[in-house]
Ligand binder design. Sequence first.
Ligand code: NDP
Length: 445
Amino acid sequence: MTNIDTLYDKVVLKNPGEKEFHQAVKEVLDSLKPAIEKHPEFSKAKVLERIVEPERQLMFRVPWTDDNGEIHVNRGFRVQFNSAIGPYKGGLRFHPSVNLGIIKFLGFEQVFKNSLTGLPMGGGKGGSDFDPKGKSDLEVMRFCQSFMQELFRHIGPDTDVPAGDIGVGGREIGYLYGQYRRIRNEFTGVLTGKGIEWGGSLIRPEATGYGCTYFVEEMLKDRGTDFKGKIVTVSGSGNVSQYTTEKVNQLGGKVVTLSDSAGYIYDPDGVSGEKFDYFLELKQKRRGRIKEYAEKYNVDFFPNKRPWEVKCDIAMPSATQNEIDAKDAQTLVDNGVIAVGEGANMPSTLEAIDIFIKAGVSFGPAKAANAGGVSTSGLEMSQNSLRLGWTREEVDQRLHEIMVNIYKNSRAAAIKYGAPGNLVVGSNIAGFIKVARAMMAQGIY
Ligand code: NDP
C-alpha cells in the first residue's frame, strides 16, 4: 500500500521551498488514508504518486512597457495539473506574491474541486507576479497582451480553459481574450468570465460568493438553523467578498466586516442597502480601497489587522491563503462561531482547520464551498459549445443545485469513510475517487 507519510516526504524533497504546495498536498493526502485502505487497486496503480505530479508546468517571460516607455519583465505561469476527466480548468492570478509553489497549490486543489462539481473539467492554474494595482488600463492591456502572446499556444477550448482569480476580473479577461482571438483568428470559449455581450454567462461574476453562501446555508440547515439574524464576518473586498455579502444580505444575515491588504472595516449595522451599493461602486468602478468605506460611513477601520477578532456566528474568509491561523481560529471558537465557509482558496492553516473540527464548528473547506465559481465557468463552457445563453434564473438555479449536491456528496463520503461531519475528509475523498478511477481506466500516464 502507498505509504502516505513517505510520499509526502518525497513531495517536499522534490519541490523544495514550495510551502503552500506542501500544505495543500498534506491536507489532501492525510484525508485520503481511509480511501487508500479501502481501494488497494489505487496503490497498485500508483495513483497517488502520479496525482501529486503535474502533467505539465510552464514558466515564461512576460515583457511589457509602461506608460513612460519603460520596459518591465514579469514571470508567467500555467500549471496543467490533471486532465483525466476533462480539459484543464482553473483561474489566472495576477499578484506580486505569485510563485510556482502558489500556482501548484492552487492547481492541485483545483483537480479535486472540479471533480466535485460533477462537470467534466480537469485541473490547472496560472498567473503572474504582475501587480495590476495602481496600473493604468493601457498598462494592464499591454501586460495581458504580452502574457497571452505566450499562453495562447498552450490553451484551447478542448485543451485548457483559464478564468479569473485574484487580480484578474472582467477587464483582464477582456484584454486576454482579445489577444487570443487576434492571434488565432478564432472566436471560441477559450476563457471563462467573459463579458455577457461576447460569450460570457450571467451569474459568473456572482457565482463564487453566491455558491459559498448556498453551501453555508446547507451546513446551517443540518444544524437546524439558517442565516436569519446571524452576524457574519467576511474578509477581502474583491469579487468573492462582494457577492458573498450580497447573498448573505438576501438570506437575512448581517455582514459586519470587509478587508483588504491594508486592514479591515467594522460596520456593526451591516454592509447593506445604500452602503452595499457604495461598496460595489467603490471596488468595481473606482478601484478604491476599503478604508474609504470607513471614512464615508464613519465606522472603524483597523489598519494591518484581520477581522477574526470580531465576534460573529459565521466567518467567511474570502481574501487569500493562510489568512486564518491557529490563534485566529481559537478566537473565533471562543467567540462562539458556529460555521466557517471558505470562499478563498486554503484560507485556513492546517492547525486552524484542526481547531474548528475539534470544536464542532461546521467547516466548509474551500474546494467544496468555493466551487460555485468554476461550476458556473463550466456552465459558461456549455453555453459556448451550444451557442446559447441561459437566463439569470436558469444559471442561478443550476448553481444552487450543484452546491447542494457538492454538500450532499461530501457529507455522504465523510460518513462512508468513517469521518462523519468532517467535510475536509468527505470532499477530498469524493473529488479524488472519480479522478483516480478515470486515471486507472486510461492507463499509465
Ligand atoms: P480579487 O482580486 O477580486 O480580491 C481579492 C481580495 O483579497 C482583495 O480585497 C485583496 O486586497 C485581498 N487580498 C489579496 N491578497 C491579499 C493578501 N495577501 N493579504 C490580505 N488581503 C489580500 O480576488 P477574488 O475575490 O476573485 O479572490 C479571492 C479569493 O477567492 C482567492 O483566494 C481566490 O483564489 C478565491 N477564489 C476566487 C474565485 C473567483 O471566481 N474569483 C473562485 C474560487 C476561489 P488588496 O486589494 O489589498 O490586494
